[in-house]
Design a protein around this ligand. Structure first.
Ligand SMILES: NC(=O)c1ccc[n+]([C@@H]2O[C@H](COP(=O)([O-])OP(=O)(O)OC[C@H]3O[C@@H](n4cnc5c(N)ncnc54)[C@H](OP(=O)(O)O)[C@@H]3O)[C@@H](O)[C@H]2O)c1
Length: 393
């Protein structure tokens, strides 16, 4: 198929925007060139010629010579405005904005159908790992059972530093920020929002189910303390923040929770800013994707792959939407968890279906028990920073 040269209008020239620029310049044979870059702060020093830059979004969105808008900014509402205007203006769009995409999945799907323009966003799930395109093209929905794993590079980096270098939480977070792995607002990573946005998007491509992030429980790693870390070490485990979507009795469960991962498990070897996604299907059984889940050039590489795919008219077909037996989200599943707290009034143990282990000392208490995901999602006590949970599979 003949490849066309495409003119790019890029929004954002931060970590990912610059990563894309670098990757684009070093990639021979890609038929794309940067026409204009829209940024927010005109006075910032830029490493490339000033003539590329503008602060007027319409210089890109209304330029008939620009074929593809690449949206790489860190503001959700502005990103949605840019992407939807571009699609309405007949431009193909590539984006890396995880939060914006997850919060607007239905609207963005409708816009693609209405304006017949492609919208690709591989970088918004596991950065450099081509998981969306595999879910779209390779996996037959009837056979797929689960998509789960580590899809936040920043928290995985923090957990690796804690477990391998015995670093404290704040120093590990600072390192992740210095290396460009963390979101501008670190709460998005450490509270588990960022992996939730990704799993909501993956759920659509895996099973054809639309969910809003508000429907999905996320609990991150910010409550983790030395007691939890020792608990994991004593059991020859590590801790990983796991995002999961899994078929269950004709429905699908989805959540983001920290898990105790045994040392022999595939995910325990996924370290630093790497992501690891396990895909489980009935006949192929388990497949494992590993790759860099954050960072300018790793993410820029996925963005470039989407740009390249546009040159041969690739678009997501969302084949699993509208299937005969659509899967609905359910939170009705029992989870075995470790719950750590300091005093009994901080938690409500009546929420537990059963308790198999109980420990009490002067400074710490924990139980291991079974609780329904719905109860966990509604539990006010989980907001207490002196309370932490880990899932034990
Ligand atoms: N960093 C990663 O590893 C990674 C991985 C996957 C996905 N992402 C996603 O990619 C996006 C960009 O992340 P980043 O790390 O590159 O962010 P960043 O380093 O903070 O850069 C953000 C860029 O967006 C520009 N900007 C902000 N608001 C704008 C607006 N209204 N109009 C035009 N430009 C605007 C900023 O302009 P100024 O330069 O003028 O301030 C800056 O260049 C985010 O949605 C993020 O979630 C990041």
């Amino acid at each position: 198929m003949e490849k066309k040269i495409i003119n790019l209008g890029i929004f954002g020239f931060g970590c990912v925007g610059q990563g894309l620029y670098e990757v684009l310049n070093k990639t021979k044979g890609i038929n794309a060139r940067v026409k204009k870059i829209c940024i927010k702060h005109p006075d910032k020093h830029r490493p490339i010629d000033a003539s590329f830059f503008t602060t007027d979004k319409n210089d890109l969105l209304n330029d008939p010579q620009i074929d593809v808008i690449v949206e790489l900014i860190n503001e959700t509402d502005a990103a949605f405005d840019i992407v939807s205007t571009a699609l309405k203006n007949g431009k193909a769009v590539v984006s890396a904005s995880k939060k914006m995409i997850a919060e607007n999945l239905r609207g963005l799907y409708d816009l693609q159908q209405q304006y017949h323009m492609p919208f690709l966003y591989e970088a918004a799930c596991c950065a450099s790992i081509p998981v969306i395109r595999n879910l779209e093209e390779y996996y037959d929905n009837d056979l797929l059972n689960a998509v789960e794993g580590i899809c936040n590079g920043s928290t995985n980096y923090i957990l690796t530093r804690i477990f391998e270098d015995h670093l404290d939480f704040d120093s590990a977070l600072r390192q992740a920020q210095e290396k460009g792995f963390a979101e501008t607002d670190p709460a998005l990573d450490i509270e588990g929002f960022d992996p939730k946005y990704k799993i909501c998007t993956l759920l659509l491509h895996a099973f054809g189910t639309f969910v809003t992030p508000a429907e999905v429980l996320n609990f991150g790693i910010s409550h983790l303390n030395d007691f939890d870390i020792n608990f994991a070490r004593q059991r020859e485990c590590t801790i990983k923040l796991i995002a999961k979507c899994r078929k269950l009795n004709g429905n699908v469960i989805t959540y983001v929770l920290p898990h105790l991962i045994p040392r022999h498990h595939l995910l325990s070897d996924v370290n630093n800013e790497y992501n690891g996604i396990l895909v489980e299907s009935t006949f192929a059984e388990n497949q494992f994707f590993v790759g860099k889940g954050a960072g300018g050039t790793a993410t820029g590489c996925a963005v470039l792959s989407d740009i390249s795919a546009l040159t041969y008219n690739y678009r997501y077909e969302y084949k699993k939407i509208g299937q005969s037996n659509p899967l609905s989200l359910t939170n009705d599943v029992q989870l075995k968890i470790y719950l750590r707290y300091t005093s009994p009034d901080q938690v409500d143990l009546t929420h537990f279906y059963s308790i198999s282990e109980k420990y009490e000392s002067a400074s710490n208490r924990y139980i291991v028990g079974t609780i329904n995901l719905k109860k966990l999602k509604d539990a006010e006590w989980l907001k207490n920073r002196e309370v932490n949970i880990l899932v034990l599979d």
